[in-house]
Design a protein around this ligand. Structure first.
Ligand code: GLA
Length: 392
């Protein structure tokens, strides 16, 4: 009898675990980096644009700086599935098909990402994945897809956690390691259940290229930054909060606002998905996106998301623990006027001992924490420092 009961228990446990397969582990030990078509091109995408973008990412140094995922967002599909129920790449936009595009990217050292949606239709009105999850996942695997961003429009009364789990299980069953990016805009606290389902989850609605504006669907990046406070406890290697993509270099941001978004997204250990036209950016923007010392803050192997240490009406301090006892400290002027900051390092109690200080945007060592630090910060700009211990 006892043997029978324990057999049943084991079988029961096995069936539970096969019903909710675990995600592929280890695909995103640090936050994914790459480029996504949506912020600049929306549905105006085609294979020529994607190939030219990949070529530009190589020529401008971004691929080698870590931007390896090239993600095609909404609008690559035909408006209807084929008679067998398959999603079909639009033959006008992608005449060579997605497998050929994936091959082009893989041959150049990139990984290949696509977007679709957990609802009946995507936000741009193309067929969504609901009810087709396993079929779609098999197609993605056969096209060589490495990353799927899965959206949440037109979901009706579906339960978010269960719906994303279904797609996670489908991806697992398709047998190809695919990064699963959950994009339900933070509506259903994905930071509480996303860790076993996907590798990253959006925490808010969509970013747009402004500092503090707001529309019905979209938010300037400062609003998104404000919404990240307190979420740091939920992120870590292979399970990241995603405060949406970069607007760095897009027309609605000043260079200071681009530099500040890049700095603060790095403090957040956010996925760094460029969203500008990298075929035609200025040297200044290229310099922001490829600053290796700032990227190293984002990609630090400790995998700890930074947190807001202090906030006043026009200034904020964000801090991030890094490996080897280092810390990143980011001062942000959120006001409309220039700001002078004066820092007494003893007021940052997490700093134990003495540190040397490096200014990551100047690319210079600027002293030690045994004396105070003073800096001028322009409106909406940052000063970003890396502190490294030098013993007692
Ligand atoms: C949603 C997502 C965006 C983008 C669009 C595409 O709004 O949050 O990031 O993928 O859909 O329609």
């Amino acid at each position: 009898m006892r043997t029978y009961i324990s057999c049943c228990l084991i079988l029961g446990l096995l069936s539970v675990s096969s019903a909710s397969a675990q995600k592929y582990e280890g695909l995103a030990p640090t936050p994914p980096m790459g480029w996504n078509s949506w912020n600049t091109f929306e549905v105006g995408i085609d294979e020529k644009l994607i190939r030219e973008t990949a070529d530009a990412l190589i020529a401008n140094g971004m691929r080698d700086a870590g931007y390896t995922y090239v993600v095609i967002d909404d609008g690559w599909e035909t408006k209807e599935r084929d008679p067998q129920g398959n999603l079909v790449p639009d033959p006008q936009k992608f005449p060579s098909g997605l497998k050929a595009l994936g091959d082009y990217l893989h041959a150049r050292g990139f990984k290949f990402g696509v977007h679709n949606c957990a609802g009946n239709t995507t936000c741009a009105g193309f067929p969504g994945g609901r009810g087709h999850e396993f079929q779609d996942a098999r197609n993605y695997a056969s096209w060589g897809v490495d990353y799927i961003k899965y959206d949440w429009c037109d979901h009706g009364t579906a339960n978010a956690e269960e719906t994303f789990k279904t797609m996670g299980n489908a991806l697992r069953a398709a047998g190809r390691p695919i990064v699963f990016s959950i994009c339900e805009w933070g509506n259903n606290t994905p930071w509480l259940w996303g860790k076993t389902v996907g590798h990253l989850w959006r925490t808010t609605g969509d970013v747009i290229d402004c500092y503090r504006c707001q529309t019905v669907y979209s938010l300037g990046w400062k609003h998104i930054l404000d919404a990240q406070v307190g979420l740091e406890q939920h992120a870590g290697p292979d399970h990241w909060n995603d405060p949406d993509m970069l607007e760095v270099g897009n027309p609605g941001l000043t260079p200071a606002e681009s530099r500040a978004q890049f700095s603060l997204w790095s403090m957040l250990a956010a996925p760094l998905m460029a969203g500008n036209d990298v075929r035609s950016m200025s040297d200044e923007i290229r310099g922001i996106l490829t600053n290796k010392e700032v990227i190293a803050v984002d990609q630090d192997p400790l995998g700890k998301q930074g947190y807001q240490f202090m906030r006043h009406p026009s200034k904020e301090i964000w801090v991030k623990e890094l490996s080897n006892g280092d810390w990143a400290v980011c001062f942000h002027n959120s006001g409309e006027n220039p700001l002078e900051i004066r820092v007494n390092w003893t007021h940052l109690p997490f700093l134990r001992g003495h540190f040397k200080i490096r200014d990551l945007w100047k690319g210079q060592d600027i002293g030690k924490t045994d004396v105070g630090f003073t800096a001028q910060i322009a409106s909406h700009d940052v000063v970003l420092l890396r502190l490294s211990p030098i013993g007692e």
